[in-house]
Design a protein around this ligand. Structure first.
Ligand code: ADP
Ligand code: MG
Length: 257
């Protein structure tokens, strides 16, 4: 379980008592994410979504409050944490094959060569890239590269996956395909996922829950909405449901407020 406890965050070296409200990025964020939930975090550009993810990932020290993962305060990058960024072009190593990129995190697990290779191939199969293992990232389309990044993130079976606008630079069709891939992976692997996006439709489509942050400085949670949609999600049917339209409107109002 992931818990944010009155989290406050800012950049610079101001001590707690001296931080000017105009310099605060996040203010008093409290949130509990149960195991296996896919929670979307939405908010206007610059409100602190990436800052929030970097804090959860242990890449930024907590300035106020705490991030608690499985009962322990996060003080460095937690074991069993994986992150997928928007910029797939810079997240893969161009000199390694696709399979080597995916297998890389398994080295630190002390896994033998053959086993690493099998695990990487299995994961590539999972993301629809069976057969692409010997190619290099630069030989693949943007959507395929992001699939590789997802495979690499999942290969160690993380208990927490953080995604920062992962489909933001993909074309509409590829983006829908990857949203469905994510839902499929989430359904079968049961990973807890914090998914950041500024796309309101996407947040309602992929999320079990949508959390909206207000515009900065000092963003707070302004809406925390469970997403209860009937049936298995699909791009055409789900987006046309009256329930979907109502949820999207509610999130939209909160983002614009
Ligand atoms: P979002 O991801 O929602 O667009 P960010 O978390 O990137 O927002 O940024 C939130 C605020 O923090 C912005 O005002 C941004 O300018 C500021 N900021 C982000 N990164 C840094 C940094 N490394 N140093 C100083 N200020 C930063
Ligand atoms: Mg960002």
């Amino acid at each position: 379980m992931l818990r944010l406890d009155s989290l406050g965050q800012w950049y610079g070296d101001h001590p707690v008592h001296a931080v000017h409200p105009a310099h605060s990025v996040l203010r008093d964020i409290s949130l509990t994410v149960p195991d296996g939930q896919l929670v979307c975090v939405v908010g206007p550009s610059g409100c602190g979504k990436s800052t929030l993810l970097r804090t959860i990932a242990g890449l930024l020290p907590t300035r106020e409050g705490a991030v608690i993962l499985d009962g322990h305060p996060v003080t460095g990058v937690p074991d069993r944490l994986a992150v997928v960024f928007q910029d797939y072009g810079r997240s893969l190593f161009p000199w390694l094959s696709v399979r080597e990129n995916v297998a890389l995190p398994l080295r630190r697990r002390g896994m033998g060569r053959a086993e690493r290779r099998d695990e990487a191939e299995r994961m590539l199969e999972r993301v629809g890239l069976g057969g692409a293992g010997r190619r290099h990232p630069w030989q693949l389309s943007g959507g395929m590269q992001q699939r590789v990044a997802i495979a690499r993130a999942l290969v160690c079976r993380p208990s927490l996956l953080l995604m920062d606008e992962p489909f933001g630079s993909l074309d509409a069709q590829t983006r829908e395909d990857l949203e469905d891939l994510l839902l499929e992976v989430h359904r079968t692997e049961g990973t807890t996922i914090v998914f950041v996006t500024h796309d309101i439709d996407e947040s309602v489509y992929v999320g079990d829950r949508v959390v909206v942050l207000s515009a900065g400085p000092g963003s707070r949670v302004v809406l925390d909405l469970p997403v209860d949609l009937p049936g298995k999600r699909d791009q055409i049917g789900t987006r046309g449901l009256p329930e979907f339209v109502a949820l999207r409107a509610e999130v939209g109002r909160a983002v614009r407020a």
